[in-house]
Design a protein around this ligand. Structure first.
Ligand code: C2E
Ligand code: MG
Ligand code: MG
Ligand code: MG
Length: 279
């Protein structure tokens, strides 16, 4: 999949006569340049509780390219993940997220929000990742309980015991963990029981199956995930909620938190703050 995305993305980025290897190289150069020239930015998508209160945001990276405009992460994160580039991008995202949490502390409307950050597997296993996060939390005086690290199931591909060990090191700092995109990929309920996640994000694939609130066959999977997560004491977030019917069905099925275009798209920080004040 990463290869495929890599191919699409370079074609998008650089239509022309370069070979694929050359195109990938050029895109990698452009990513390095983008980091140096501060062309990345974080957008924030609200997460709401059952009562409709905004409890947090997910930070989602965007590339504001001087000529091509806004570039979505699907066009550069998969390629970056094939090399150490993702570690540099990941450091920048963590630093920005911490700085934002600190900035919001002065405002009562924003001070209680949690920020969820997507962490690539490669970044998670970086030897100095624990030190990096420790340093950032301290420097920006962030309450670690307001930071959630989102990991995907692919982290267990390496070694389950390694994953548990590393998560425990990070949990000792006080941060939370969310399993992202749950229910697709390498999902296994046994992983969920063995890894210390605080939160499970139900993949938008399942939410999409029920546009009008109908209980499709796949909805049984959603209900099973909700049941298991409740048993393990994990919070549930539904991703990709686009219709009120989906929202109501999820509420009725016992889902706790919601994220999706129904409420808001990922927004630039000023737009997010404005959106929140107007509510
Ligand atoms: P994700 O972490 O699963 O993020 C959710 C994606 O779903 C976001 O796409 C978001 O814009 C989109 N989304 C939210 N609500 C809806 C909805 O109602 N309908 C639909 N159709 N989509 C919705 P986005 O921002 O393009 O990010 C895509 C993926 O890129 C993320 O998936 C995540 O895996 C990765 N990503 C984003 N930012 C970062 C980052 O800072 N670091 C890393 N390592 N990966 C990132
Ligand atoms: Mg995520
Ligand atoms: Mg997700
Ligand atoms: Mg995803």
């Amino acid at each position: 999949y990463a290869k495929q995305a890599g191919g699409n993305e370079v074609r998008f980025f650089l239509p022309g006569m370069l070979t694929e290897v050359e195109q990938r190289f050029v895109l990698q150069q452009a990513i390095s340049q983008a980091l140096a020239q501060q062309q990345f930015c974080l957008f924030y998508q609200p997460q709401l509780n059952h009562a409709g209160q905004v409890v947090g945001v997910e930070a989602l990276i965007r590339w504001q390219h001087p000529e091509r405009g806004m570039i979505a992460p699907a066009y550069f994160i998969p390629l970056a993940e094939e090399s150490e580039q993702i570690e540099a991008i990941g450091r920048w995202v963590l630093q920005q997220g911490c700085q934002q949490l600190q900035g919001w502390q002065r405002d009562p409307l924003l001070a209680g929000l949690s920020v969820s950050i997507n962490i690539s597997v490669r970044q998670f296993y970086q030897p100095d990742f624990v030190d990096l996060l420790t340093g950032l939390l301290r420097y920006y005086q962030v309450n670690p309980a307001q930071m959630t690290l989102e990991l995907t199931e692919s982290l267990v591909l390496r070694d389950l015991d390694d994953a548990v060990h590393r998560m425990q090191q990070l949990k000792a700092l006080g941060v939370r963990f969310a399993m992202d995109d749950f229910g697709t990929g390498y999902s296994s309920l046994s992983y969920l029981s063995r890894l210390p996640f605080d939160e499970v994000k139900i993949d938008q694939y399942f939410v999409r199956q029920s546009e009008h609130g109908e209980k499709t066959r796949d909805w049984a999977i959603v209900e099973a995930i909700i049941g298991i997560a409740n048993t393990f004491g994990m919070a549930l977030v539904a991703e990709g909620v686009e219709t009120e019917a989906q929202h109501q069905l999820l509420l009725a099925s016992g889902c706790h938190y919601f994220q999706g275009y129904l409420f808001a798209r990922p927004l630039a920080v000023a737009d997010f703050e404005h959106w929140l004040r107007r509510r």
